[in-house]
Design a protein around this ligand. Structure first.
Ligand SMILES: Cc1cc2nc3c(=O)[nH]c(=O)nc-3n(C[C@H](O)[C@H](O)[C@H](O)COP(=O)(O)O)c2cc1C
Length: 318
């Protein structure tokens, strides 16, 4: 297998595979460290955590691996700046911002020597990110799980973003096997980010019920909802979403102001926490488009073995 190195600032993982940050508490220290141990980049999802909790997760991941550990934080989170600053204080290796970014985060990263990697969904935002000092960008297509910034396919977006910037471009959305990794690399990606496949791993912090929902899902069960954040969100159809589609009143009775802006149609933080903890009836289960192809919950080690096997097979044209 002949893979070009992915370089994010001074960071060079053994494999150009990033585990996407998944909130709330789906990608915590155990998943991120397991991915880093296999030579990829592991991301702890900071959104929905307190500063103390995030610091503990980073320290826990450091105890488990000497590999590359970053955080992912949604720009929409009220604690965006505080969580980034806390991660920098803890000596995090890189910071990924999801669903938007702020200009000042690049100066915080620069001052601390920490690479900043925004997730973008247009060539224009990729260009702006490069100008502001991004070390790389992640281009996320419509196939991805969670909040989406586009309805364009990753395969259409990737070559356009690649042309627009000189920094490394990491492809995300719909990558669940080695063949998809090869396809993305052939389209010019310098690396890939994968979420759904890693959410369905032994080390993922999702509840067994959440993981079972992934295994039971058919392609037609994956739907788009309107998130209170103001973006579409890709999720698995369940009784909670049916109620949302029905127009039932799901407005929260209390609010922690966890988001900078929120439509308050429902509390997304609590809905994500419910599914992570095992209530997949009233919780929100984010998932990518290709979840139906996942047939078993594997350890991260076995996922990597499988990916490499599939990638080598795809490269040899068998
Ligand atoms: C359960 C789940 C939670 C997610 N949470 C976040 C998040 O907190 N922040 C973010 O930027 N992206 C989030 N994502 C997107 C992933 O980081 C990743 O980019 C995406 O899953 C890639 O597409 P794939 O699922 O088809 O591999 C989430 C995805 C899933 C499946």
């Amino acid at each position: 297998m002949n893979l070009d190195a992915l370089k994010i600032g001074d960071l060079v993982p053994k494999l150009p595979i990033v585990q996407g940050g998944m909130a709330v508490r789906i990608s915590t220290a155990s998943l991120a460290a397991a991915v880093a141990e296999e030579g990829g980049i592991g991301l702890i999802a900071a959104t929905g955590m307190s500063v103390d909790e995030l610091k503990k997760e980073i320290a826990k991941a450091r105890d488990l691996t000497k590999g590359i550990i970053g955080i992912n934080i949604m720009f929409a989170a009220s604690q965006f700046a505080n969580l980034i600053k806390a991660a920098i204080e803890e000596g995090i290796d890189l910071i990924v911002s999801g669903a938007g970014f702020s200009r000042d985060m690049f100066s915080w990263g620069k001052a601390a020597g920490v690479p900043i990697v925004p997730i973008v969904s247009t060539p224009k935002l990729a260009q702006l990110s490069e100008k502001l000092g991004a070390a790389a960008v992640i281009v996320e297509g419509k196939e991805a799980g969670g909040h989406l910034g586009t309805n364009e396919s990753m395969k259409d977006l990737l070559p356009k973003v690649k042309q627009a910037v000189t920094i490394p471009v990491i492809a995300a959305g719909g990558i669940i096997d080695g063949e998809a990794i090869k396809e993305a690399l052939d389209l010019g990606a310098d690396g890939v980010q994968m979420g759904t496949r890693f959410a369905a791993s032994k080390e993922s912090n999702a509840s067994d019920e959440f993981k079972k929902m992934y295994l039971d899902a058919n392609p037609e069960d994956v739907v788009l909802i309107e998130s209170p954040v103001g973006l579409p969100g890709r999720s698995i159809l369940n009784p909670f979403i049916k109620r949302l589609f029905n127009g039932d009143n799901l407005k929260p009775s209390s609010c922690d102001n966890c988001l900078k802006k929120c439509s308050r149609s429902f509390c997304i933080l609590k809905a994500l926490i419910r599914s992570q903890e095992g209530d997949t009836e009233t919780g929100l289960v984010f998932s990518g488009e290709r979840v139906g192809e996942i047939k078993e919950i594997l350890s991260v080690r076995d996922i990597f073995k499988k990916l490499i096997y599939e990638l080598e097979r795809a490269e040899s044209g068998v």
